[in-house]
Design a protein around this ligand. Structure first.
Ligand SMILES: [Fe+2]
Length: 199
């Protein structure tokens, strides 16, 4: 198979009690795996089977191929946006950029939580670098920053499947739990360092 499910960067139970092992079993083991399976079916015997995920995402028009390729990428990026003992605030260069572009970390947190609360339907909230400036953006369904010439720094999945097992309909509780306990600011800082170096 051309595309495979990348290993999780942590054990399935590592994010409990904020995200349970059961959530990871379904979200990673079923949903993410299904996007990989669909992508393999859609690309079998076609030139896309030899393309990278990023090449497919950038080239594909709206539709099943784009949706499944983007959701494979989005979920891999999302898992890396989380870690046990995360949350808190960024340090170093990224902290300075947060102060420059949001005024304070508290303002960024508020904007991020508000974007997650107000996203209608299924989608994602991202911290991105866009033209040298940090922004919080929402995308619908499988849409993602690279399709808009933005560099992703952190992702939050706000599809219902991300929180329904642990939080039922209480999306805001899921968002608070992730922001305060799981967000991986080291991953964001590494993405920021890469993004400011690229043209
Ligand atoms: Fe998801």
């Amino acid at each position: 198979m051309a595309f495979t499910l990348p290993p999780l960067p942590f054990d399935k139970g590592a994010l409990a009690p904020h995200l349970s092992a059961e959530t990871l079993e379904f979200h990673y083991g079923k949903h993410h795996q299904t996007y990989v399976n669909n992508l393999n079916k859609l690309t079998e015997g076609k030139p896309e089977a030899k393309m990278s995920l990023e090449e497919i995402i950038l080239a594909a028009p709206a539709g099943g191929l784009f949706n499944n390729a983007a959701q494979v990428w989005n979920h891999s990026f999302f898992w890396n946006s989380l870690k046990a003992g995360g949350g808190g605030e960024p340090a170093g260069e990224l902290a300075a950029a947060v102060k420059r572009d949001f005024g304070s970390f508290a303002k960024l947190r508020e904007e991020f939580a508000n974007a997650a609360a107000t996203l209608f339907g299924s989608g994602w909230v991202w911290l991105v670098l866009d033209g040298g400036k940090l922004k919080v953006i929402q995308t619908s369904n499988a849409d993602l920053p690279m399709k808009h010439k933005q560099a992703a720094l952190l992702a939050l999945d706000v599809w219902e499947h991300a929180y329904y097992v642990d939080y039922r309909n209480a999306r805001a509780k899921y968002v608070d739990a992730v922001l305060d306990n799981l967000l991986n600011w080291d991953f964001a800082a590494a993405n920021y360092a890469k993004a400011i170096k690229s043209p």
